[in-house]
Design a protein around this ligand. Structure first.
Ligand SMILES: [Zn+2]
Ligand SMILES: [Zn+2]
Length: 209
């Protein structure tokens, strides 16, 4: 492979990755939140808002990746030819899988970098502050472009929904995260609260504290 051809390959893969971040924004905002539970993707996603420990099964993610490939690959082949289309699709699906891992880790693992810190603050603001803001999980580029980005500030988290990494043994915010987060309310959820969290999630309302 010559230098020029290699450059074109890198460019195609990166373009596919960038296309995923736009897709991530569009699907999250319109297919998941705006539809308020109509359709499987919206129902699954809002179930994750109602219960932040709920994630769609891996089979659903594999199906999304397959569906994306079936749509994107033929369109891209028409536009740029088979070879670049394959590279573009690899970039897009690879970034999609990276997004799935990143989203899961936001909820399950503490940040280890400035980027990880931002990604957690932004996404947890989306969950607990303003579900119709900050739709981009891996980048805020599209939120900034379309005016849906909030600087997360100090994120107030209902204690019953707090990620395990955020709290110490006493259920308080760990000192290293005190500049970014506050927790409020009780730790447990009774049936009434579970139902109310579901209603709020499907109305795109932030959960009550
Ligand atoms: Zn989430
Ligand atoms: Zn969401």
């Amino acid at each position: 492979m010559g230098v020029r051809s290699f450059r074109a390959t890198v460019l195609s893969v990166v373009a596919g990755g960038a296309a995923w971040t736009a897709t991530e924004y569009g699907l999250h905002r319109f297919a998941m939140h705006a539809l308020r539970g109509r359709g499987l993707a919206s129902r699954e996603h809002l179930s994750h808002h109602a219960d932040v420990t709920y994630f769609s099964p891996a089979s659903a993610k594999a199906a999304s990746a397959a569906a994306t490939t079936v749509v994107v690959l033929p369109l891209a082949t028409v536009a740029v030819g088979r070879r670049r289309a394959v590279e573009f699709t690899v970039g897009m699906i690879g970034t999609y899988l990276g997004y799935e891992v990143a989203h899961r880790r936001i909820h399950t693992h503490p940040p280890r970098s400035a980027y990880g810190r931002w990604a957690r603050r932004s996404h947890l603001h989306h969950h607990f502050g303003a579900p119709m803001r900050n739709h981009g999980v891996t980048t805020n580029l599209w939120d900034r472009l379309f005016g849906s980005y909030d600087d997360p500030g100090v994120v107030t988290v209902p204690r019953r929904m707090a990620p395990v990494w955020l709290l110490d043994e006493r259920g308080e915010v760990r000192p290293e995260f005190a500049d970014d987060y506050a927790v409020r309310g009780a730790a447990g959820r009774d049936e009434v609260r579970v139902a109310a969290d579901r209603t709020d999630a499907f109305a795109n309302a932030a959960p009550a504290i």
